[in-house]
Design a protein around this ligand. Structure first.
Ligand code: 5GP
Length: 189
């Protein structure tokens, strides 16, 4: 059995994680993205099986009962998100897997995979910058925005438990730093 290699990116919503994740996947063509399951509805442009597996709560709960999740979390009230065992089963050094999951999910993956997982926390320069980015993105209404900021505040208290923290003050710089971290993790014996 080859040892899996998992790269976990975590960040408060709006911290720029999705852009960085995309760049990591471009830079490491053998890396696959772990498509999570979720009960939240798709946003415009999101595709089932590509961005997420969009499931009903009933279907999600059935997968929980079947033991199909490596980790799952109620990230927002009534909104379940989880990493499917089948998405990371094939992870190896030659074919690492990238996960884009929340803080608690990331820490659970670390507990389980230890040194075989690299957990990176992408941090916004400040909560004010984060709020501005979320408003500009415009994917959330006022209530959802407040909920995301509240959650970001909580998530920032966990940063010490990650292998590395990257401040996204500038997307190019933060991307370069992330790529270096991933490169050295993947080249480790
Ligand atoms: P969004 O709704 O903005 O796509 O994602 C909301 C949050 O859920 C993000 O922090 C995202 O990383 C997290 N998330 C996505 N998939 C998973 C997953 O499989 N497990 C966990 N624990 N969190 C996830």
């Amino acid at each position: 059995m080859p040892e899996p290699r998992l790269v976990v990116l975590t960040a408060p919503s709006g911290a720029g994680k999705t852009s960085i994740a995309r760049r990591v996947l471009q830079a490491f063509p053998n890396m696959r993205f772990s498509v999570s399951a979720t009960t939240r509805p798709p946003r415009p442009g999101e595709r089932n099986g590509v961005d997420y597996y969009f499931l009903s709560e009933e279907a999600f709960r059935e997968l929980i009962r079947d033991g199909q999740f490596v980790e799952y979390e109620e990230v927002y009230p009534g909104r379940l998100y989880g990493t499917l065992r089948s998405e990371i089963d094939a992870a190896s050094r030659a074919h690492p897997v990238l996960l884009d999951i929340d803080v608690k999910g990331a820490l659970r993956i670390k507990e389980r995979f230890g040194e075989e997982a690299l957990a990176i926390f992408i941090k916004p320069p400040s909560l004010e910058v984060l709020a501005d980015r979320l408003r500009t993105r415009g994917t959330e209404n006022a209530a959802a925005l407040a909920e995301r900021l509240e959650r970001a505040r909580m998530e920032l208290t966990y940063e010490d438990r990650f292998d590395a923290v990257v401040v996204n003050d500038d997307l190019e710089r933060a991307t370069a730093e992330t790529l270096n971290l991933v490169r050295s993790f993947l080249s480790r014996p």
